[in-house]
Each structure stands twice: as C-alpha cells, then as structure tokens.
Design a protein around this ligand. Structure first.
Ligand code: CP
Ligand code: NVA
Length: 314
C-alpha cells in the first residue's frame, strides 16, 4: 500500500498492510478529528456497518459504535459469543450475505483465518477488531498516543513486557513501519509467534524505516525504554496458566521497580482490560506515567481516521 488513497475500499486485517506515510496521514486526520468532528460528520453518511464479536469488548465496541455515529453512519452489533462464525452457515456465505446490506464489516474473531475468509468472500472492507494473531486498531491508537506525546514515533524504544500475544504482534508491525524499536520481553515459552517476528523484521528491512524488533527473556531489557507496555498474561480464548506457569510471569509484572528500570520519563501503556495486581500494579496504572485512558480514547480517533479515508477522504 503506498498512500492514503489506497485505503478506499481496502480491508484492514493487519497493520502490516499500511506504510509509514499512510499511518502518519491517519495520525494527522485523527488529531484533527480530536479537535472537532464537525468536518467529518458526513464521511459515512448513508453507510451501515456490522460489528461482529465472537469475544467480549468494551473499548472496541463502544469506540466503533460511537465513532461510526460521529461520521454519520450506522452500526449494527451482532453478538457471536454463543454461536461462533461459521457454525450456522459457512463464513463465506455469511460474508456474501452481509455485503448485500452493509458497507463495512468489523469483526473480532478467534482465528485470523475467519476474518481473512470474510474479507475474501465479501466485496466490502473488513476491519480486524482483534483475532488470535493481531490487534491492528489497538496498535494504531497506541502509536498515535506516542506520536502526540513526542511529536514522532521514529527512534522511540517501546518495551512490551509479558505474554507475546496479538497486541505485541501488531506493536511489532508498527515499530517496523514507523522506525521505532519494539523489544518484546517475555518469559521463556511465552514469546511471540516466530512467523510474526520474521514478518515484522522483513517489514523493517523492506521499508528502510530504521525500525527494529528485538526479543528478550530478561526484564532488564526495559532499560532505556520510552514506553513500558503490558497486557494480560492470558488472552481471551486461551486456557488459564498452571501455577508454575503463573510464577514465571511474576518477574514480568510492571510495578514501580520495573518502571524504575526504564528510561527517564517513560510512560506506562496497556491496551486494557487490565488485571490489576497481576501484569500491572495500581501504583503504576494510576500513576502520572500512565497513558492508558489516552490510549482508550485514541481508539476512537484512530479508527475514525481510518474509516474516513476508507469511505470519504483522499
Ligand atoms: N483494548 C481492547 O480492545 O479492549 P476491548 O477488549 O474492551 O475492546
Ligand atoms: N491480548 C488480549 C487483548 C484484549 C484487548 C486478548 O486477546 O484477550
């Protein structure tokens, strides 16, 4: 993808589909929306979107529903937590029906292959609202948050501490494209998917952004970080850890001692929901360094910027 114009009608299944200039354009639009949504109030006029959720959500559901309304469109929520996509009818048939009524499909699914199948079956754009592999809307909002704070993303060091999961994978893509360093600091046996790590490194090489993707099992690798990021130790749909596995994670808890290892002025980030007392303690979550609610707010602005360029803007 080589520019914002290419977002028109495009799917957004992974952050890896965007280039640096497109993401920076989206940040500019998001910042403008944040000041005033009025110029964007017709970006989705007359358009309906379906929001399919196989898993629970607060931020993603509300930020899409409210955001689509702000852009003049309509959102229809479909709870798929009981009947998974593909159970009542095939995912392909599902997509082929939906495209007859709606202009956009937003889907939170267990398996990436399901959101990919929806995208190939339907002629309307599909947005990945989280799957087992990626959470691209989250990473877009997170880098927007860092960009607002620092005026740039290039050259920043982000330490992701905890389970190497979907959120970390999309943060890796973002670092690779935008020229940041993402170090994934994970317990042994809970690292990132090696295929995604390779994909992100390849993205960094091809883009020439200067972005880097590092992996470590040593909590001291947060040294020098501009941001310390964590997420739940067990993601939705994964089975709970045994007590010995849980013990492995304790060294990776983001507490005051962990934050003290990071660079001066480092911010604390979390996609939320947080399990307070596990991956993060109250003293960090509620500290002045925490930007978690800015991240949550930016979910709506980042997504609305994406939808504006998909449907209206150039
Ligand atoms: N961060 C995030 O996606 O939150 P929800 O699961 O509440 O949507
Ligand atoms: N990694 C978490 C993110 C939730 C927003 C999960 O998949 O459950």
């Amino acid at each position: 993808m080589s520019g914002v114009a290419d977002l028109k009608g495009a799917d957004f299944l992974t952050l890896a589909s965007l280039d640096e200039s497109t993401i920076l354009r989206l940040f500019g639009t998001a910042a403008s929306m944040k000041r005033d949504y009025a110029p964007y109030s017709a970006s989705m006029r007359g358009k309906s979107a379906i929001l399919l959720f196989e898993k629970p959500s607060l931020r993603t559901r509300v930020s899409f529903e409210v955001g689509i309304w702000k852009l003049g469109g309509q959102a229809v929520y479909m709870d798929h937590s009981n009947a998974r996509l593909g159970e009542r009818e095939s995912v392909t048939d599902y997509g082929k029906n939906l495209e007859r009524w709606v202009s956009l499909i937003v889907a939170r699914v267990f398996r990436h292959s399901v959101v990919a199948e929806l995208a190939s079956a339907s002629g309307v754009p599909v947005v990945n609202a989280l799957c087992d592999l990626y959470h691209p809307c989250q990473a877009l909002a997170d880098y927007l948050t860092l960009w607002e704070r620092h005026g740039r993303v290039k050259g920043l060091r982000v330490a992701y501490v905890g389970d190497g999961n979907n959120v970390c994978h999309s943060l890796m893509h973002g670092a690779a494209i935008l020229g940041a360093t993402l170090v994934a600091v994970t317990p042994k046996g809970h690292g990132c998917d090696p295929r995604v790590v390779e994909e992100a490194r390849d993205l960094a090489r091809r883009s020439g952004s200067g972005g880097r993707v590092e992996e470590s099992n040593d909590p001291d690798a947060v040294a020098g970080a501009d941001a310390v990021y964590t997420d739940v130790w067990v993601s939705m749909g994964e089975s709970a850890h045994s007590s010995s596995e849980r013990k492995k994670f304790l060294r990776y808890q983001v507490n005051e001692a962990m934050m003290a290892k990071a660079g001066p002025g480092a911010v604390f980030m979390h996609c939320l929901p947080a399990k307070r007392g596990q991956e993060v303690v109250d003293a960090v979550m509620d500290s002045g360094a925490s930007v978690v609610y800015e991240q949550a707010e930016n979910r709506m602005h980042a997504q609305c910027a994406l939808l504006h360029h998909m449907f209206a803007g150039v």
